[in-house]
Design a protein around this ligand. Structure first.
Ligand code: ADP
Ligand code: MG
Length: 447
């Protein structure tokens, strides 16, 4: 035995960590890390993939280092090596997890394990993980908001999976879209069975409702939800919601419902940066039979910036093409095949700056004036058009738009947008004007 053998510390560390994190989390991550060897002041661990390694580093490296340091009394470096698992071992592991029956409302692939944590989502993801360990205790309700395709539904369901597995399938969990929740409620009224609905939802351990912006303008439903909310909240049962915008921007939702949505923890998901986009792609292709080269993944991550859903559909397109032609694809082929995805994505990611430039150009004003604080009519009107177009072409909230237009309040932005909506109705030339500007913005952004 050489003098650098840290295996015993590693084993002891596993024992300690086992007590400090959930069963599910432990089996997800630590059952897949094995001790490999020791070198001077370094322990080498083997992990099944690069993706897995990155995620373990993000989540646990400080904890591992600290615990190993305490146990050994030395500063120990952690180094990883990627060893592909043999299939037999993988299967037997999967069989173990299979013991608990899958929850019928949840998509199998929407778990924490497949969710890549990056700077855009780390607050929301870590809050989700923490809530799934102790549902109903802190942060009730938890609300995740953000634009399309950023992982709201995925995270919501991941909480469901984790709670389901941690409780060995014993907790009563419902995942439902706001739309289906509404339909179910209406059906229960039509069938004269409102109690069945009430009893079902008010006795849950965990209620997950996706896309609550759908509840806007639905008064009767909000009334019902209000009572469901109070019943669950009073019984310390966890609720998690998703929404496509901050709660403050919802319209036609009663104040008492809004304040309930806001009283726990609200977290935003932002579009992922390049590194995270690349990590997501790498994770997705890891299980493929025909791998896709890194330079192609980088090309995709560079060009598709809008959201994860667009990234995934581009990848699916490329995989379908590869299977069809049955040959290895080059960067040139990928570029050609994905040209549509690349341009739509860019259009989905138009900057406020570009909109301001194009509007200023159209009205022959200076860009600086348009985004500044001057209030003369000659500037105010084009500025309102620019705000309107920003709202049409981007995912920015009115608060964000306000800050990009001279630090204005979101109510000013809403007012400006409403004025343009008004003139679109009364002035027939308005639509053509706006369409012309939009066209020039899109042309510029897809170059
Ligand atoms: P939203 O509900 O916000 O519109 P979804 O949760 O449906 O978005 O996500 C769109 C797609 O992108 C899903 O297939 C989801 O699995 C994937 N996705 C989103 N974020 C991530 C992430 N951080 N890691 C892995 N996959 C992700
Ligand atoms: Mg969704």
């Amino acid at each position: 035995m050489n003098s650098w053998n840290y295996e015993v510390f590693w084993k002891e560390m596993l024992n300690q960590i086992k007590n400090s994190i959930s069963k599910e989390e432990f089996s997800m991550w630590f059952n897949n890390i094995s001790y490999c060897s020791s070198e001077e002041n370094t322990i080498v661990l083997s992990v099944p993939s690069n993706f897995f390694m990155d995620q373990v580093k993000q989540r646990y490296l400080p904890l591992i280092k600290e615990t190993m340091g305490e146990l050994s009394g030395d500063k120990i470096n952690i180094s990883f090596t990627v060893t592909k698992k043999n299939i037999k071992e993988e299967n037997s592991k999967q069989n173990n997890i299979e013991e608990i029956k899958k929850h019928p409302d949840l998509r199998e692939d929407y778990s924490f394990k497949t969710f890549v944590i990056g700077e855009n989502n780390s607050f929301a993801a870590n809050a989700a993980i923490s809530i799934s360990k102790n549902p109903g205790s802190n942060y009730n309700p938890f609300l995740i908001y953000g634009g399309v395709g950023l992982g709201k539904t995925h995270l919501l369901q991941a909480i469901g999976h984790a709670v389901h597995e941690n409780s060995d399938g014993k907790r009563k969990i419902v995942f439902i879209t706001a739309e289906n929740f509404t339909n179910e409620f209406i059906t229960s009224l039509q069938k004269n069975k409102p109690h069945t609905f009430k009893n079902k939802y008010r006795s849950l351990d965990l209620l997950l409702i996706d896309d609550i912006h759908f509840f806007q303008n639905k008064e009767g439903l909000q009334e019902e939800l209000f009572h469901t909310f109070n019943a669950l909240y009073g019984a310390k049962k966890q609720m998690v919601f998703t929404c496509d915008r901050p709660v403050s921007e919802l319209k036609n939702i009663t104040d008492r419902m809004k304040s309930r949505f806001e009283m726990g923890l609200n977290m935003e998901l932002n579009p992922p940066a390049f590194e995270t986009r690349l990590a997501i792609l790498k994770n997705k292709v890891e299980s493929l039979e025909t791998p896709i080269a890194d330079d192609i993944l980088e090309l995709m991550a560079q060009n598709i910036t809008s959201n994860v859903r667009d990234l995934e559909s581009a990848l699916k397109k490329l995989i379908a093409y590869t299977e069809l032609v049955n040959k290895k694809i080059t960067k040139e082929i990928a570029q050609k095949q994905l040209i549509d995805s690349f341009t739509t994505s860019k259009q989905g990611n138009i900057s406020v700056d570009l909109i301001q430039k194009k509007v200023a150009e159209y009205f022959n004003l200076s860009h600086v004036d348009l985004r500044g604080r001057k209030r003369t009519k000659a500037i105010a009107f084009p500025r309102q058009i620019a705000m309107y177009i920003t709202r049409e072409l981007t995912e920015y909230s009115t608060t964000e738009i306000g800050s990009d237009f001279g630090g204005r309040d979101h109510t000013t932005v809403i007012h400006g947008i409403q004025k343009i909506e008004g003139s679109l109705k009364s002035d027939p030339t308005m639509e053509a004007t706006i369409n012309n500007i939009i066209r020039s913005i899109k042309e510029q952004s897809s170059k």
